[in-house]
Design a protein around this ligand. Structure first.
Ligand code: 5RP
Length: 224
C-alpha cells in the first residue's frame, strides 16, 4: 500500500510525459505539483521554462534552475499541469486549497490542455464535499457570506494565525462548505459574476482534459 505522498510522487513523475520539449510549461501549485516540479528538474535543459501560478511554485522552480516567464511575456502554452482538491468524472474540479486559484485559472486559460495530477482520494461523483475556495475583495466579504448562505453554503474567511490569509494578489479567501455542485458550469458562471468575487475555485470552464490519478495499482489515466 503506497502512502498519499508516494502516490503524489508517482503522478508528478508521470506528468513529465505531457511536457513538450522545446516549449514552456504551465505550472500549478500545491504538494502534488511540488513533486512534478522536482521531477521537471530532470528536463530542465529540454524546456524553455515555465509560467507559474504562485510565488511558492516560482521559488521552487527557480531554486531548481528552471526559468520562470511572466504570463504577459508569452503566448499560448501547450500544457498546464496542476493538482486539484476534488475532480469529478467530467474533469470539473474544485481548486484553491493552496489559495492560488486565481493565478491557476489564468495560466490554465492560457493553456491548450489541462493535465490534472491527483491521488485517488480526490476523485468524486459530485463536487462540494471539499469547501469551495473563493478569492474575494475584502470589502465584499460579509455580503458574500450572506449570499452563499442563501444557497445553503457556510462561508468562512480563511485565516493565517490571527489575521485573514492574504493571497499572492493581496485578497482574501472564503471557504464555502455545505454545497452540492451538480451543475459545475452554471455554478462557476453565476458565482463569478457576484460583485466582489475575484475567482471561484470551481474549474468547469477551465476543466481538465486529462487526469493522472495515483492509485495503489499504478497511475490511472482519465481522459475527459
Ligand atoms: C492550490 C490548489 C492545489 O492544486 C490543490 O489545493 C491541491 O493541492 P495538493 O496537491 O497539495 O493536494 O488548487 O491552490
Amino acid at each position: 500500500m503506497l502512502t498519499q505522498d508516494e502516490l503524489k510522487t508517482q503522478v508528478g513523475q508521470a506528468a513529465l510525459a505531457y511536457v513538450v520539449p522545446g516549449e514552456l510549461v504551465g505550472v500549478g501549485t500545491g504538494s502534488t505539483v511540488n513533486k512534478f516540479i522536482d521531477a521537471l528538474a530532470s528536463m530542465r535543459t529540454q524546456i524553455k521554462g515555465a509560467v507559474s501560478s504562485s510565488e511558492a511554485s516560482t521559488q521552487r522552480l527557480k531554486a531548481l534552475g528552471i526559468a520562470v516567464f511572466d504570463a504577459n511575456a508569452v503566448g499560448e502554452l501547450s500544457v498546464y499541469i496542476d493538482g486539484a482538491d476534488e475532480v469529478d468524472h467530467h474533469g470539473h474540479m474544485i481548486k484553491g486549497g493552496g489559495a492560488a486559484l486565481t493565478r491557476e485559472k489564468i495560466v490554465a486559460a492560457q493553456s491548450c490542455r489541462f493535465v490534472c495530477i491527483a491521488d485517488e482520494s480526490k476523485l468524486v461523483q459530485t463536487l462540494g464535499k471539499f469547501p469551495v475556495p473563493v478569492e474575494v475583495i475584502p470589502m465584499a466579504v460579509q455580503r458574500l457570506v450572506r449570499q452563499f448562505a442563501l444557497q445553503g453554503g457556510i462561508a468562512t474567511v480563511r485565516m493565517k494565525g490571527d489575521a485573514p490569509l492574504l493571497t499572492d494578489n493581496g485578497q482574501q479567501i472564503l471557504d464555502v462548505s455545505g454545497l452540492q455542485i451538480t451543475d459545475a458550469l452554471a455554478f462557476e458562471t453565476e458565482v463569478n459574476q457576484w460583485p466582489g468575487v475575484v475567482t471561484v475555485g470551481v474549474f468547469a470552464h477551465q476543466r481538465a482534459q486529462v487526469c493522472l490519478l495515483g492509485t495503489s495499482s499504478g497511475v490511472k489515466t482519465l481522459n475527459f
